[in-house]
Design a protein around this ligand. Structure first.
Ligand code: C2O
Ligand code: CU
Ligand code: CU
Length: 516
């Protein structure tokens, strides 16, 4: 069974490698970006994922200890179609994991949240009923208090729901040629070139970020693209960095899909912001050029004010850094030469249908000046039993007062996450309006088990990139969203809602609810 999986992966990996020994490539000595290996389960599966530890050599340095699904770092791109997909996740690590299908509309017991621990040596054997429009989703571990270090070390992959109709939609479909899936992450490395995760207080506050960009787990690669329309499926799988993205040439990005699926028509944008957990699909026209690059500006959460208040630590990339350079290779098949006028994505229309309104505040406390230097959280001590020392999680907190250094740093509606506490219950099938308010920083707010519609941002209409179906939205001020809660979730395996800055989530900016 494992042989079969390996064979499938090797085949698809080989097929996905861009051709490249000559042309603009060789002259520059650039190395070609590789796609994640594809685990194609569109025929019905099974999907078999084994979390295992290994070593990965990143940029020429010493090998790093990493973890991955079916490999030593990250996981395959799992592609599924409508129907029942038998799925097995095996944990070959020496610590518990979970595997959460971020964006998949399944009931709570299949969702892979923090209550669905897979102990070392155990297998999670489930059948995933796939029944939702095509979308680029992802999967990652979600152990409370350990999500940040586990995802940082590699326990994440991409999940795509497809319906076989993309040819008819006029969209690029050739994986690794004109249809590229890009997992964007930032990482830090020590002097020996080993992956480093050693968060001190400013890292916890901003979310841990690095000064090196990885795409699909690779550093410094260039993507070969045909001289035509190319589809880029972008996933921000970083712990904390928000990327204000654009193309170096100023070329337009034609947004075709948001987290939960297609828009009704492409929207041309000069920039778009991708926060942790979010996905977008864009079309870029590379005809008439030889090279370009996906570039990002600085993390807005590390702006002037926050820098002054909390300092920053070795993660400076500044503005306009390369996320991924592109080299146009005229020998690659440019199959698609126009941006489609329309897509068949169902645009959300839940406005005015809500029966219940909930207010959710994403709370972040400030430590007193004595606690800001990182001394109390520095070193490796915090990694042992969860991200935040237990002492920091005590007691309630008034949002309007300055919390003392003993109080919790992160919470929702004044309380840090508690596995034993249900925050609320949603009647199954109900439409609810949630008003989500951010404190201090912009927080990417994610809800399990639903796709939602953004009704407003900071009191105004949503930005164009937030007008499609979403499951994660960056809240800088206040966001009003509406969702219909169709998937059931019991008290044993409730759905989570949380900030997707993983250090905030692990620190308690998370809550849970049942649907039934
Ligand atoms: Cu991507 Cu609750 O997670
Ligand atoms: Cu999720
Ligand atoms: Cu946050």
């Amino acid at each position: 069974m494992h042989n079969r999986r390996t064979a499938i992966q090797m085949l698809t990996t080989a097929a996905a490698l861009p051709l490249m020994p000559c042309g603009p490539w060789a002259q520059q000595g650039q190395q070609a970006l590789q796609m994640l290996p594809m685990l194609d389960a569109t025929g019905g599966g099974p999907v078999e994922l084994a979390a295992s530890a290994g070593r990965t050599r990143f940029a020429g340095g010493e090998a790093s200890r990493t973890i991955g699904y079916n490999g030593s770092h990250l996981g395959p791109l799992v592609r599924v179609g409508r129907g029942e997909v038998p799925t097995i996740v095996e944990n070959r690590l020496d610590e518990p994991i979970t595997t959460h299908w971020h964006g998949l509309m399944v009931r709570g017991e299949l969702d892979g949240g923090p209550h669905s621990l897979i102990q070392p040596g155990e297998r999670w054997d489930i059948v995933l009923p796939i029944n939702q429009p095509p979308a680029t989703l992802w999967y990652h571990s979600h152990v409370h208090g350990r999500t940040a270090p586990q995802v940082y070390s590699g326990l994440a992959g991409v999940l795509q729901v497809v319906d076989g109709e993309d040819e008819a939609r006029g969209l690029p479909t050739s994986y690794g040629t004109d249809d590229l899936t890009l997992v964007i992450q930032d990482r830090r490395f020590d002097e020996a070139g080993r992956l480093a995760y050693d968060p001190v207080m400013p890292d916890i506050m901003h979310g841990f970020s690095g000064d090196t960009i990885l795409v699909n787990g690779q550093i410094g690669r260039t993507a070969a693209v045909p001289s035509g329309i190319v589809r880029l499926r972008l996933l921000n799988a970083s712990n904390g960095r928000i990327y204000p993205l654009s193309l170096a040439s100023g070329r337009e990005m034609h947004l075709i899909a948001t987290d939960a699926g297609y828009l009704d028509a492409p929207v041309a944008l000069d920039t778009l912001t991708l926060a942790p957990g979010e996905r977008v699909e864009i079309l870029v026209d590379f005809s008439g050029t030889e090279r370009d690059a996906l570039v990002s500006d600085d993390n807005p959460n590390e702006g002037q004010m926050m820098r002054g208040m909390m300092g920053r630590s070795g993660n400076a990339l500044g503005n306009r850094f390369d996320v991924l350079p592109f080299a146009v290779d005229a020998r690659l098949d440019a199959r698609i030469d126009r941006i489609p006028d329309a897509l068949d994505g169902p645009m959300p229309d839940l406005a005015g249908r809500a029966r219940t309104t909930r207010e959710i505040s994403l709370d972040m406390g400030m430590m007193g000046p004595g606690g800001m230097g990182g001394g109390m959280m520095g070193g490796g001590g915090m990694m042992g039993d969860g991200m935040m020392g237990r002492g920091m999680m005590r007691g309630g907190r008034d949002r309007d007062s300055i919390p003392d250094p003993d109080s919790d740093l992160f919470g929702v509606n004044g309380q840090p996450f508690d596995m034993q506490r249900l925050d609320f219950q949603v009647p199954q099938g109900d439409v609810e309006r949630w008003i989500v308010t951010a404190s201090m920083l912009a927080h990417p707010f994610h809800v399990h088990g639903v796709a939602f519609q953004v009704l407003s941002e900071a009191g105004g209409p949503p930005r164009p990139q937030n007008r499609g179906w979403k499951d994660t939205v960056l809240v800088s001020d206040q966001v009003e969203l509406v969702a219909r809660f169709d998937q059931p979730a019991s008290q044993e395996t409730p759905f989570m809602f949380h900030c997707h800055i993983l250090e905030h989530e692990d620190g308690g900016m998370m809550g849970q609810f049942t649907v039934g």
